[in-house]
Design a protein around this ligand. Structure first.
Ligand SMILES: Cc1cc2nc3c(=O)[nH]c(=O)nc-3n(C[C@H](O)[C@H](O)[C@H](O)COP(=O)(O)OP(=O)(O)OC[C@H]3O[C@@H](n4cnc5c(N)ncnc54)[C@H](O)[C@@H]3O)c2cc1C
Length: 379
């Protein structure tokens, strides 16, 4: 029972990443004790992924947050386990271990599944980025590797990391007086075109300053070690090492409709899953074409507002209106970018040396960013 004497709405959040945590914080703010929240997550920790790219350069480590501490603070029940299947008619989720979790409203915040796309490339695994790239960075420093390509699959994964890694590698080589030629191959029309033309031009300038060449609007294959075949046209780049971002697939959730063959979850403007009552989805798991933390958080906010209204809170649900925020690391100073989006097209484009938002978080999220900042300040 809530303080108002109403029975609480049982909300199940599947996933303890950006979207899951943002939704939990938003629900506590909007619906307070009108909701009883359970979070299902396989991992004990939330890892702040954007800073993983700095680990091979030993400049800082990605922060880890214990989910059970967050659960205590937010008064939510944490269930360690993996989503197995959904029985929407019975409003029940079965975990892989066979437990049944009942809900009145369900938020699927399961993230995307990274998959290897290229046979002859080092596919980045963010959980072991340091181990994967440390040796390569040392080889660049020592001058053993002089030609390097960073490549992306046709369906672009997270936008920022490949440019950050290219810039950081170029800077490290310059600091060590090592010569290296770095090429980024991207399906985008220009570097970080998702942030719009103005931002993309600034990123292009930054990459040029650091001697990084970008081949855009290109699809690539790796026919043999050290070779990157570019399409259209068929030109082949010959390099000493090829580093690739993984391709992303949806979470493949039995009982949940799939948007396409990649298994992403379809959603409407309020992040409801069409055809399933009181089921919502947010973040990288959804069909939205750009996978990014700030967008995951905005979707989580839209879903949380709808769920809060369902719980009887005086909230008018607002639709998901995507605005992408990015902080590009790797240059002399970070570059701050923002754009309103229609799908993966930018409708506006801002870029500058100072953020126009606060707090100055790498993942811009209405609730999660100030929450994590406050936790960092209290330690
Ligand atoms: C190296 C790197 C750098 C990035 N930099 C930025 C950046 O600077 N800014 C930015 O905004 N975004 C950035 N991103 C993207 C951002 O991290 C993601 O878009 C964001 O984490 C997506 O949030 P999510 O909640 O959808 O998924 P995730 O954060 O991946 O969370 C998914 C959650 O679901 C859980 N889960 C998975 N499978 C199951 C299951 N079967 N059952 C239950 N739970 C499950 C996972 O354990 C996890 O807790 C970066 C990503 C990477 C990899």
């Amino acid at each position: 029972m809530s303080a108002t004497g109403q029975s609480r709405l049982r909300v199940l959040i599947a996933g303890g990443g950006v979207a899951g945590l943002e939704a939990a914080l938003a629900l506590r703010d909007l619906a307070a004790d009108r909701v009883e929240i359970t979070m299902l997550a396989p991992e004990p920790e939330f890892v702040y992924r954007p800073l993983r790219v700095t680990e091979p350069f030993a400049s800082s480590r990605a922060r880890h947050y214990a989910l059970d501490e967050i659960a205590r603070e937010l008064e939510l029940e944490l269930v360690r386990g993996s989503f197995g299947s959904l029985d929407a008619a019975r409003r029940t989720v079965r975990t892989e271990a066979g437990a049944q979790l009942h809900y009145d409203a369900l938020l699927l915040a399961l993230g995307a599944r990274p998959q290897r796309r290229f046979a002859h490339a080092l596919t980045l695994d963010e959980r072991q980025l340091d181990e994967q790239l440390h040796g390569l960075v040392q080889d660049v420093e020592a001058g053993y590797v002089r030609k390097l390509a960073f490549i992306e699959p046709a369906q672009m994964p997270w936008p920022l990391p490949i440019y950050e890694l290219a810039l950081m590698t170029a800077r490290r080589a310059w600091e060590m007086s090592a010569e290296v030629s770095i090429t980024v191959v991207t399906p985008e029309e220009g570097p970080l075109a998702v942030f719009g033309a103005t931002a993309s031009e600034a990123v292009q300038g930054l990459l040029e300053e650091h001697g990084v060449l970008v081949i855009s609007s290109a699809h690539c294959e790796t026919p043999a070690p050290g070779q990157v075949a570019l399409g259209p046209g068929g030109r082949v780049l010959h390099v000493e090492r090829v580093v690739a971002l993984p391709e992303l697939a949806g979470p493949a959730t039995p009982g949940v409709p799939k948007h396409d063959l990649h298994g992403f979850i379809p959603i409407d403007d309020h992040c409801r899953v069409p055809g399933l009552e009181h089921v919502y989805a947010a973040g990288d798991a959804t069909e939205f074409p750009v996978k990014h933390g700030a967008l995951a958080a905005q979707q989580a906010d839209a879903a949380a507002a709808s769920i809060a209204a369902l719980a009887g809170a005086p909230v008018t649900p607002t639709p998901f209106e995507p605005v992408i925020y990015g902080t590009l690391l790797g240059g002399d100073r970070p570059l701050y970018m923002r754009a309103r989006l229609a799908g993966d097209r930018a409708l506006s484009s801002e870029v500058g040396d100072e953020p126009t938002w606060s707090p100055q978080a790498k993942i811009v999220a209405r609730y999660l960013a100030p929450y994590l900042e406050a936790r960092a300040a209290s330690r």
